[in-house]
Structure formats: structure tokens, C-alpha cells
Design a protein around this ligand. Structure first.
Ligand code: ADP
Ligand code: ZN
Ligand code: ZN
Length: 839
């Protein structure tokens, strides 16, 4: 009867509405559906950035994840306010990758988006705009319309406006497109806090006006004419010298940077006259921020063992998606990468090479740049926002088919990756600790590679146990290189017993006799020395000799590190700092001493032991500024330093001919760290540092200081017997349920009151035990550092193996549970931090 009732049928002729699911930067685990206004239907798709209203007040930028025709059941949709891009900035494969990451690492899709987009592509209503000081409405070639003028007028009165302010001024919800237009017209600059947004780099250029560039007669006549004016003549000659139009008139179109003329000392006013007289024409172009380096097309011939390795890699890629290249330090892995990259690029696919943060500033990048030149983009965390947006857009436009980058480079908009190479794949810095997504870039790269149906090559001299395990169980292919290239010999090891030397009074300022001798010998031969200690500052802490008082951080459960240079004690967790007290606050004694060894103190000791040597230091404290690392690096490379002391920064990628002695001050600090990975890490770090010695034909020496010279790890390192050490360690990992035999998840419960943190954590642990089928749940336990920045921390550990419910189902239920816990009144302000595959 419905058919004939008084129900007026819906207007069936109207086209069904289009909806877009938008990923927004909010901590809610889903996308949000918005209506696409008819006017936008044609210009919208997956990967476009849009402006939408969220809740009552907020206006947010998001990325479209899906377009469909299904109206949501449970709420009224709002319309999209604006579309920011003509072309998508993110492709569908990336969106898939984001979703995988949110799922696997148990975080929100908005958090992944936040990590993925360089901040130059993100906008929020808190972003601020200012007048561009270089903007002159008189000379601007772009007309400013009425609404734009309103904003410019307001900026004359108030130097800063937020996007929201601008919207209010104009009486509209979203002012993004108007501001975008003002940015393009170079009238305003966008700031978020102090960071500037992406502003293209514009170069002022000049070129010859039409007839002069194309007609020889016209050009001759012109010279005839300016011969009376030598200043103008000089400018034109300079122009023709740089841009020889008579060989090929089309190069005139490219023009010449105006600055080149004025920098050459030629008259700016004559230049102006030439422009006014329409001999030269002025124009602007958007140029790259990256310098173009000369290409080095010298062919490198691989050694026989390298050639064999290369063909083995290619052969194994026939059956396996991932191959582990286990090549000792100096075996020439980089040269093998170069051959592979070339082949993939020639086949028309893209390549991504991941490097650990620190290695990016070293030789390997220079080497690659020489080979690949402007085809190669570099994605580095020390690059500015603008530079990062430029790489992003370069990948989108196809300008960069090859990118070398840090872990966040996995988020670049590749659409046809042929290969991902993860160099130094064992490096812990591939893991992101904070904020979410807490991903492992190596593991994520393998997933990304799979989405592209491409290949992953993992390279290391000391593979992670996870990768080595996967290679041994045939999941990955495996290729090993066990020779160094050329004449280079492996270094000779000396295990120096700290306690024995101390007894015999041979330990001087933390240096054993053998270490001092080897350093002296190297200095005598004009060779270089690296000294490694993974602790910055002067000393780990101070202590009162009378009562044993040790200063600790007010906000964290850690001792303050003593920094002598600044006469301060600093917390390396929260940044808290304090002046060194004159007397012990507990007993008043003046006998305050330092305990332990930091790089700052080593630098001082070395200068006392080797007064004639030139000593440098490389650690977080000395390399904070953008170019500091490069400066110290260059100084050492050019031979202006004899000894370089440093933290793990010196263990990677340094390839210097003249380093023959490497000293490790305290191997015990690495070996006896309370973590199941400490054995693996010790083997890796010591082998990596040692690999810096004797890279050419000189015999290298590595001195390892320890209080326990009988530890088997030393024997295995000396033999270079990684597999055997691995096997003994794996037996233990298997027995005690550690990765790679199980997958770990750590949930840290955080609150400013210890009691609430503990209670929430206990509650959580019990609930997890209920949903876990045959999973091991441990805890809660006070975290290793139980208080950081005034927050108390408790850990719950989950060990996932294949027994019982699937990891994916378990994770799903766990996420649900955490979400619910946070809605309970008691635990509303508790933070649960989920870390999948924690380090
Ligand atoms: P790894 O990364 O395996 O430690 P590198 O790739 O840095 O080793 O190579 C060590 C050194 O040997 C580098 O200086 C490199 O330029 C040089 N080298 C390696 N293979 C070749 C080759 N086939 N021809 C010339 N030089 C090579
Ligand atoms: Zn005291
Ligand atoms: Zn602190």
C-alpha cells in the first residue's frame, strides 16, 4: 500500500549526491564523511586536500581517502568548504599504506597523515599570515581583488592574522583559497608559530627582447647603437657570454639570473635603462632550492666478488620480495646499490634509498649525488619545510625518480616504486619513538614495497637478528660479501682490561696503556684516531664524596648529567638544567666529584695526554645547528684534526683513508645495558666503529676497553663470527620468548599521579588477560625510568605468537578496550601509549 499511499516519492531525477570520506588530524580512529557540493564534483578525488568544518567551531585541512555515493546513516553531513589542490598530493597507494600503518601500529589514521605530510602541506586555522615585506602593490603584476584587499588592509593595522580572523573579516567559513591566492601573488607569507610555510623560491631573470634574440641583424644593430654607452654594452656582452643566443636562440627563453649581472659589478642603473628601453625583459621563474651538482659518469667496475654478489641479488629477487645483503664494512655495498638503482631507473621505475639520520650527511650522499645528479632528491629532517615540500612535489611531478632519505621518506608520493633499499638496516634509529605512529621504517618499507609489487634490499655489515632470522628461514633471500674492496685489511683487535691496568697504575685519565700507545703511534705516523663513547656531557653524574648524594632531575627518575663547559647539570630526558651547587645540599661538604665518563671529559683528557694533537668532538651538543655536523666532518676529512671523539655519530658511514686507530672507551656500557637486545647491539656497535679503521691499505687497530675481557662477545667480534654469536643469543631469545620468536607490544600508562597511573595500568592488564587467548601478558611494572616530565609511567607487555587468537584480532580488541577505558571517568586523563615492536 506504500506504493499508493500519500508518500511523495523522492525526486528520482536528481543525481545521487557524492560524498567524500576525509582523513582529519584528530585522535579518533576513523574517517569523516562530507558532502561534495555539485560545483566541486569534477575537481575532487582521492588525495586532494580539502577544508572542512569539524564540530561546531573547528575548521581543518584533511585529505580525501574515499569518494562514494553512500550517505552516512547516523549523522547529517556537512559540505566540503574548499578544495585546495588541482591535482591530488597523495595517491591511492599511499592511502592504503597509511591505513596499513594505523592498523599495524595501533594508532589513528589522522596521526599517520600528520606524520606523512611535510608541515608545509598542512594548514590549520591557527596558521598566521603576515604582509610580505617585499611586496609592492605598485609594481606587482597581479591585480588584487576586493576581498584580498580587505585582508591586506587589515594587515596594515594588525601585523598578524590567523586564517580564522580572515574568515571572520570576510564573513565566510574558510578563507584558505583567498589566502592561497595572496601567497601566490607574493603579497603575504604564511607562518605557523615561527615556521614558514611552503613558499616557492622565485628568481628574477632577464632575457633579450624578441627581435634581438632571433635576428642576427637586429642584434648587430643593437650593438651599434649601444657602442656609445660602454656600461650598457658591458651588460649585453656579459649576457651573451653567459647565454650565447647566436648558437641557439631558444636558450634565450631560459634567461639569466639578474643577480649575476649585478654581482659581476656591472651597473644596476644601466641594467634598468636597458629594461626600460625594451632591449631586455625582466621575468620571474620558480626555481629549485637544490643545487645541481656536476655528474660524475666515470664507470665503476665491480670487483669479481662484488659482481657475483650483484648477480646473486638479482637472481634471488626472482623468487623473493626481500633480500638481505650482508656485507662486511668496506666491501663496497654502496657500489652495488648504485648498479641496482641505475637498472631500476632505466626500466622506468622509482627507487627509494633509506639511510639512518646521521649517515645522510656523510660521504654516501655525496657519492650518490655525483652519479645521479638532479634525478636524485634528498629528504632529510634537517631540511626546511620548504625544501621538503619541494622534494614531495618533485616526486609527484616526476622530477625526482630517486630519493635518498631518512625514515619519513617512506611517506613520499611514489606511484611506481621498483625498489627500496634500506642501508644499515639494523639501525635502531629506523624506529620512530614519539609521537605516533611508532613505526619501524625498515618493516614499513617492506610493506610499502609489497604494495608496489616491488623489491626490498636490506643492507648491513651486522644485520638485525630479525632480518638474519628471516634470511635463515628462507623468508628473505641472502647474499653475503666477506671481503673488503681492494687492499683494505680488517683491523687488528686489542681487548684492554681496565681493572688490570688500574691495579698496576697504568690507567691514566680513563685510557689504558695499550690505548695510549696505539694513539701515540698513530699520531707519530700522522694518521688519525677515532674515540668512541656513547655518552655526551662531561660525566654521567656528580656525587658527594662525603655522603654519597647524587643530584637528580626534579621531573624525571634520572640523574642529572654534568656538563663542564656550561657549568650545568642537565636532564637528558626533559631538558631541565641547574647550576652546579657549590656545596652538597645534603651535608654541606665541598667534596663534589664527577662519576663516569662523557665525551666532553674525554676531549679534555685527550688534550692532557696528547697536548700536541688537534682534537675535535662530535655529539648532539656540538652538532645542533644545521651545518655543524658537516663542519666537524670536513675538518676531520681535510686532516685539520688528529683525533675525533664522539658518540654513535662517529660510528656510521665515515670512510676516511687515514684513520688507523679506533678506541672504544667503555664497552661494558653497551654490553650490560638492561635490554634483551644488548648483546646484539654490542656486537653491532663495536663492529661498526671498528669498521672505521684501516679502510685503505694501512693496518688498522681497534682497542676495546672493558672490565670483563672474558665475555665471549669479544672473541666472536674478533673472529667476525656473527652467525655463531647470533645462534647462542637466539637460543636464549627462544627460551625467554623474545623477538623474533614472538611479537611484542608495550603499553605505557602515563599519569601525573602515581596512584592513578598504577591503578589504570593494573586495570588494563587484567582486561587484556581476559581478551587474550594464549597470549602472554606481563605487568604492570614500573617503567625502567619510572617518571619523565612529572608523569609516572607503568608498562604492560604483551607477547604475541601465532597461538590463540590472531595478532590482528587481538590488536583490534585491544584498541577498542583502550578507547573504552579512556571514556571512563576515573581514567579519562590517563594516557595509554601503544608501542608495537618496541625497542
Ligand atoms: P661499505 O658500504 O660496504 O662499507 P663502501 O661502499 O663504502 O663499503 O666501499 C668502501 C670503499 O671502497 C669506498 O671508498 C668505495 O668507493 C670503494 N670501492 C668499493 N667498491 C669499489 C669498486 N668496485 N671500484 C672502486 N672503488 C670501490
Ligand atoms: Zn654530601
Ligand atoms: Zn628531567
Amino acid at each position: 500500500e506504500d506504493l499508493f499511499g500519500d508518500n511523495i516519492p523522492h525526486d528520482v531525477s536528481a543525481a545521487p549526491s557524492t560524498f567524500a570520506d576525509v582523513i582529519l588530524p584528530v585522535p579518533i580512529p576513523r574517517m569523516f564523511t562530507y558532502r561534495v557540493p555539485g560545483s566541486m564534483e569534477k575537481s575532487i578525488g582521492i588525495g586532494h586536500r580539502v577544508i572542512v568544518q569539524f564540530g561546531q567551531k573547528k575548521v581543518l585541512t584533511g585529505v580525501i581517502g574515499k569518494v562514494h555515493q553512500k550517505p552516512p546513516k547516523d549523522y547529517q553531513t556537512k559540505a566540503i568548504l574548499e578544495v585546495l589542490d588541482d591535482q591530488p598530493v597523495v595517491n591511492p597507494l599511499q592511502i592504503k599504506f597509511w591505513f596499513w600503518m594505523a592498523e599495524y601500529y595501533c594508532c589513528h589514521i589522522g596521526e599517520v597523515m600528520n606524520a606523512a605530510l611535510p608541515s608545509g602541506l598542512k594548514l590549520s586555522s591557527e596558521s598566521k599570515i603576515q604582509l610580505n615585506p617585499n611586496f609592492d602593490p605598485e609594481t606587482s603584476e597581479f591585480p588584487i581583488d576586493d576581498r584580498e584587499q580587505v585582508i591586506l588592509d587589515a594587515l596594515e593595522k594588525k601585523s598578524e592574522l590567523t586564517y580564522e580572523d580572515c574568515g571572520k573579516l570576510l564573513g565566510i567559513k574558510s578563507s584558505y583559497l583567498i589566502i592561497k591566492s595572496l601567497v601566490i601573488k607574493e603579497a603575504v607569507l604564511v607562518y605557523e608559530q615561527v615556521k614558514d610555510k611552503y613558499v616557492p623560491k622565485v628568481e628574477n631573470r632577464i632575457k633579450l627582447k624578441a627581435p634581438y634574440a632571433t635576428s642576427k641583424e637586429a642584434l648587430e644593430a643593437l650593438f651599434e647603437q649601444v657602442s656609445k654607452n660602454p656600461k650598457q654594452e658591458e651588460i649585453l656582452l656579459k649576457y651573451l657570454q653567459e647565454i650565447p643566443v647566436f648558437h641557439s636562440p631558444e636558450i634565450n627563453e631560459k634567461g639569466l639570473e639578474k643577480k649575476i649581472i649585478t654581482d659581476a659589478g656591472l651597473s644596476p642603473s644601466s641594467l634598468k635603462t636597458l629594461i626600460k628601453n625594451e632591449v631586455l625583459e625582466e621575468f620571474k621563474v620558480i626555481v629549485s632550492r637544490f643545487d645541481h651538482l656536476p655528474i660524475d659518469d666515470r664507470e665503476i667496475h665491480l670487483a669479481d666478488f662484488q659482481e657475483a654478489g650483484l648477480s646473486s641479488i638479482k637472481e634471488q629477487f626472482g623468487q623473493k620480495q626481500t633480500v638481505l645483503l650482508h656485507g662486511i664494512t668496506g666491501s663496497g655495498k654502496t657500489e652495488i646499490y648504485i648498479h641496482l638503482i641505475r637498472e631500476v631507473l632505466d626500466s622506468g621505475s622509482q627507487v627509494l634509498l633509506l639511510l639512518p639520520e646521521i649517515a645522510l650527511t656523510t660521504q654516501i650522499v655525496g657519492r650518490l649525488q655525483k652519479v645521479f645528479g638532479s634525478e636524485m632528491g634528498i629528504y632529510h629532517s634537517k631540511h626546511s619545510d620548504n625544501e621538503r615540500v619541494e622534494v614531495w612535489q618533485g616526486v609527484l611531478s616526476g622530477r625526482f625518480s630517486f630519493v635518498v632519505g631518512v625514515r619519513s621518506a617512506i611517506f613520499l608520493p611514489f606511484d611506481s616504486l621498483g625498489m627500496i633499499i634500506v642501508d644499515e638496516e639494523h639501525e635502531p634509529s629506523y624506529k620512530q619513538f614519539d609521537p605516533a605512529p611508532r613505526f619501524q621504517a625498515r618493516d614499513a618499507a617492506i610493506m610499502l614495497s609489497w604494495l608496489h609489487q616491488s623489491k626490498t634490499l636490506l643492507g648491513s655489515a651486522t644485520p638485525s637478528y630479525e632480518s638474519f632470522y628471516n634470511a635463515r628461514t628462507q623468508k628473505y633471500g641472502y647474499v653475503s660479501l666477506d671481503q673488503r674492496f681492494g687492499e683494505a685489511q680488517l683491523p687488528e683487535f686489542h681487548i684492554a682490561d681496565i681493572l688490570a691496568d688500574k691495579k698496576k697504575n697504568l690507567l691514566k685519565l680513563d685510557f689504558t696503556r695499550i690505548m695510549r700507545e696505539k694513539i701515540q703511534e698513530a699520531l707519530d705516523r700522522q694518521e688519525q684516531v677515532l674515540i668512541f663513547q656513547n655518552r655526551r656531557g662531561y660525566a654521567p653524574y656528580m656525587s658527594c664524596e662525603e655522603c654519597g648524594w647524587i643530584p637528580d632531575c626534579e621531573h624525571c627518575d634520572v640523574n642529572l648529567t654534568y656538563h663542564q663547559y656550561s657549568e650545568e647539570m642537565r636532564c637528558h630526558y626533559c631538558g631541565f638544567k641547574e647550576k652546579v651547587p657549590r656545596a652538597c645540599p645534603a651535608c654541606g661538604s665541598h667534596k663534589l666529584t664527577t662519576v663516569g665518563i662523557g665525551t666532553e671529559r674525554l676531549e679534555e683528557s685527550l688534550s692532557l695526554l696528547f697536548p700536541e694533537a688537534r682534537i675535535g668532538r662530535m655529539d648532539l651538543d656540538t652538532t645542533r645547528s644545521k651545518y655543524a655536523y658537516q663542519r666537524i666532518f670536513d675538518e676531520f676529512a681535510s686532516g685539520n684534526l688528529d683525533i675525533l671523539v664522539g658518540t654513535q655519530m662517529i660510528t656510521k658511514g665515515l670512510d676516511f683513508d687515514r684513520v688507523t686507530v679506533v678506541g672504544i672507551i667503555d664497552a661494558d656500557r653497551i654490553l650490560y645495558f638492561p635490554d634483551f637486545r644488548s648483546g646484539e647491539r654490542a656486537f653491532q656497535q663495536i663492529t661498526q666503529v671498528a669498521g672505521r679503521a684501516g679502510r685503505r691499505n694501512r693496518q688498522g687497530h681497534v682497542i676495546v676497553q672493558t672490565r670483563r675481557p672474558d665475555n665471549v662477545v669479544f672473541e666472536k667480534i674478533i673472529q667476525g663470527n656473527y652467525p655463531e654469536f647470533y645462534l647462542t643469543e637466539m637460543a636464549e631469545r627462544k627460551r625467554f620468548f623474545y623477538p623474533p620468536f614472538v611479537k611484542n607490544i608495550k603499553i605505557t600508562t602515563r599519569h601525573k599521579e602515581a596512584k592513578i597511573a598504577e591503578k589504570a595500568s593494573r586495570h588494563l592488564t587484567n582486561l587484556l588477560k581476559e581478551i587474550a587467548v594464549k597470549k602472554i601478558i606481563l605487568g604492570p611494572e614500573r617503567a625502567l625510568i619510572g617518571k619523565i616530565k612529572n608523569q609516572y609511567l607503568y608498562d604492560t607487555y604483551i607477547k604475541l605468537d601465532k597461538a590463540g587468537n590472531s595478532p590482528a584480532i587481538f590488536k583490534h580488541e585491544m584498541k577498542q578496550l583502550l578507547f573504552e577505558l579512556n571514556t571512563q571517568k576515573e581514567f579519562k586523563s590517563v594516557r595509554f601509549v601503544v608501542d608495537v615492536d618496541p625497542y
